[in-house]
Design a protein around this ligand. Structure first.
Ligand code: ADP
Ligand code: ADP
Ligand code: ZN
Length: 214
């Protein structure tokens, strides 16, 4: 099964993708995580991507498409999280899957209002060491500001600051939201109410995916 998680920044895609990938044995491909790791390791991709990410803009399609080609497993079984983000990326994904004899089964659209997204992004804290994601109110670590998994002090992502968040939402509306209609037309879009708490969203997600599998 190959899934796409689509939705605004902060909708909860990464949180749900990690849980579902683990439960179903799928590969979680987060372009955001891959890019942050490239930036941290100062790879050629990371050096090119950094300026876009800092401004909350999209990294150019050709870099993203090359990255996906590199990490895509031959046999599929993937949750794409934060990809595709443009129509051009969606078309490239379709061609790539076709070449491998694969296809997308579902595109899950994480439906949530802007005010919720802003609250989630402003309270998001991440572990700079292991990548674990927390929320100061909705998913706090056991010990204040310290990662449960590795004991490292949590940080706020640079692009979760308010000025950058506003730009990311505008970019989402302009460049990514058109994918909702694009996938609706293909008949594979499924809307998920992402405004509920983490556990409730996960139960609903599991239900939708199991319905598709059976
Ligand atoms: P979010 O919290 O918005 O889901 P991500 O971690 O997915 O954030 O992405 C962080 C940044 O990485 C984006 O603002 C963008 O600059 C870049 N990025 C991630 N995925 C893509 C993509 N598919 N296309 C272009 N840029 C991307
Ligand atoms: P995305 O990958 O879509 O950018 P994340 O999964 O990183 O979103 O979630 C954004 C923030 O909101 C994180 O701090 C996360 O802990 C929190 N969060 C995720 N899902 C929920 C939810 N259903 N209710 C409340 N907070 C959530
Ligand atoms: Zn950690």
């Amino acid at each position: 099964m190959n899934l796409v998680f689509l939705g605004p920044p902060g909708a909860g895609k990464g949180t749900q993708a990690k849980k579902l990938a683990q439960e179903l044995g799928l590969v979680h491909i987060s372009t955001g995580d891959l890019l942050r790791s490239a930036v941290k390791n100062q790879t050629p991709l990371g050096r090119k991507a950094k300026e876009y990410m800092d401004r909350g803009e999209l990294v150019p399609d050709e870099l993203i498409i090359a990255l996906i080609e590199e990490v895509m497993p031959e046999g599929g079984g993937v949750i794409f999280d934060g990809f595709p983000r443009t129509i051009a990326q969606a078309e490239a994904l379709e061609r790539m899957l076709e070449r491998k004899g694969l296809h997308l089964d579902m595109v899950i659209f994480f439906d949530v209002d802007d005010d919720v997204v802003v609250e989630r992004l402003s309270g998001r804290r991440v572990c700079p060491n292991c990548g674990a994601v927390y929320h100061i109110k909705y998913n706090p670590p056991k010990e204040d500001e310290i990662c449960d998994r590795c004991g490292t002090r949590l940080i706020q992502r640079e692009d979760d600051r308010e000025e950058v968040v506003r730009n990311r939402l505008a970019v989402y509306r302009e460049q990514t939201a058109p994918l909702i209609e694009y996938y609706e037309r293909k008949g594979i879009l499924i809307k998920l109410d992402a405004s509920k708490d983490i556990g409730e969203v996960y139960s609903e997600l599991l239900r939708l995916v199991n319905e598709e599998r059976n």
